[in-house]
Design a protein around this ligand. Structure first.
Ligand code: SF4
Length: 402
């Protein structure tokens, strides 16, 4: 909060459309295309409970959490993600730069929609092939760092349980949710896990571990991520997201330099005349391309929780978790709030909750604030359905609006 300069006349309440700060790092609006349908306001105000909450001490600051749901619902593409395609093209065309890219769990099941495939088609290998064709030097899988995130989160939870420290623990991998918590529930920030998101972990590794392994200076590595998410554009610019830079003594080096949403990647491919349907599968680069099944379920609501519970079980018992933990059905599906009770050896019964969409988050947070929370661990995702419903995902039925 407070890191952007807000124009004196912002926010302007305009009937029928959401005000967007011109310096927003994630979202832009083209007023010429706006038909004042009000869908952006509806989703922001009623589903996300963000718009209309200006009567807080923070009212002079920007309350946008960058989830991009307004962009997803806008039927005329008047609201869109901030465009990073030209920046990525510039670095791809610069022979002095080594450009790596990572792909989020959710984009491999949605990119196909932009090329006429049915929703849910798995195009992991074709996506890798497209990125190689575009000229990326290495293609890594964010599932690799999702595995790291979950091991760290499970270890932190174990520590909190053993120390009877601040519980419930909140997940911290969704930047839209994190900013929501920072703005509206700053008194609960100590509940947030200290672990970075998978995107930022992979970015930091790219400019340290990978840089060393391939013998390329971090200054010459550009780190790009394909995400279903507009908030990730904000996350990678947060001042503290330069751990690689701090380690090597050059704080200007960012862990992740550019984000392309799923929609932007499709546009970039079309610009370079690459048709996903004509590509054979290719594999991720090995150094950071392998992952477990825990990493891949990060893309949907409940996935982080399911992965965390499995990992916690293993950390405590050193045993493979039983089937009912490997498939934790109680936290699957699209109910707004889901709960489960799991038995962890030596720790007894643990109550956990999962919610998606910020209105549901507000409901849960009010319970925690009032001291009425029965849970030890809560997964929060900013978008309805989790990242598969992210603000940067294809608007298939509205694709012609772009
Ligand atoms: Fe981004 Fe996923 Fe969070 Fe939506 S749920 S803001 S897509 S990280």
């Amino acid at each position: 909060p407070g890191q952007y300069q807000v124009p004196g006349n912002w926010p302007v309440k305009v009937k029928g459309r959401i005000p967007i700060d011109p310096q927003n790092p994630s979202i832009v609006r083209d007023d010429q295309k706006c038909i004042l349908c009000g869908q952006c306001l509806d989703v922001c105000e009623k589903v996300q409970t963000v718009y209309g909450y200006y009567d807080l001490p923070i009212k002079k600051d920007i309350t946008c959490v960058h989830c991009g749901q307004c962009a997803l619902w806008c039927p005329t593409a008047s609201i869109k993600e901030r465009d990073d395609i030209q920046s990525v093209l510039r670095v791809l065309d610069d022979s002095n730069m080594h450009v790596i890219i990572q792909t989020a769990p959710a984009t491999r099941v949605s990119l196909g929609e932009e090329f006429g495939l049915p929703p849910g088609s798995i195009v992991e290998g074709q996506q890798v092939a497209a990125l190689k064709k575009l000229g990326f030097d290495s293609v890594f899988d964010t599932n690799f760092s999702a595995d790291i995130t979950i091991l760290e989160e499970a270890a932190e939870l174990l520590n909190r349980l053993e120390q009877s420290n601040i519980l419930p623990q909140f997940t911290s991998c969704c930047p839209g949710w994190v900013k929501f918590c920072e703005y509206y529930y700053p008194d609960l920030l100590s509940h947030l896990s200290s672990v970075k998101s998978p995107q930022q972990i992979l970015g930091a590794l790219a400019k340290t571990y990978y840089s060393e392994r391939v013998g390329i200076a971090p200054e010459n590595i550009v780190s790009v991520a394909v995400m279903p998410c507009t908030a990730k554009k904000f996350e990678c610019q947060r001042p503290e997201m330069n751990s690689a830079g701090r380690i090597i003594g050059n704080p200007r080096i960012r862990d992740v330099d550019f984000i392309l949403t799923t929609r932007e990647l499709a546009s970039l491919m079309k610009l370079r005349k690459i048709d996903l349907n004509g590509l054979d599968n290719e594999a991720y680069d090995q150094l950071m391309g392998e992952s477990s099944g825990a990493g891949v379920i990060f893309g949907a609501t409940g996935g982080v929780m399911e992965a965390a519970v499995r990992s916690l079980y293993f950390l405590v018992s050193k045993q493979r978790p039983p089937e009912q933990l490997l498939e934790l059905n109680a936290v699957r599906g699209l109910d707004g709030v889901k709960e489960a009770e799991v038995i962890i050896p030596g720790k007894g019964s643990l109550k956990v909750a999962v919610c998606h969409g910020l209105k549901n988050a507000r409901m849960i947070l009010e319970k925690v604030r009032a001291g009425n929370s029965p849970w030890s661990f809560i997964e929060f995702m900013g978008c309805a359905g989790g990242c598969i419903g992210g603000g940067g995902q294809p608007r298939t039925s509205l694709a012609s609006a772009d």
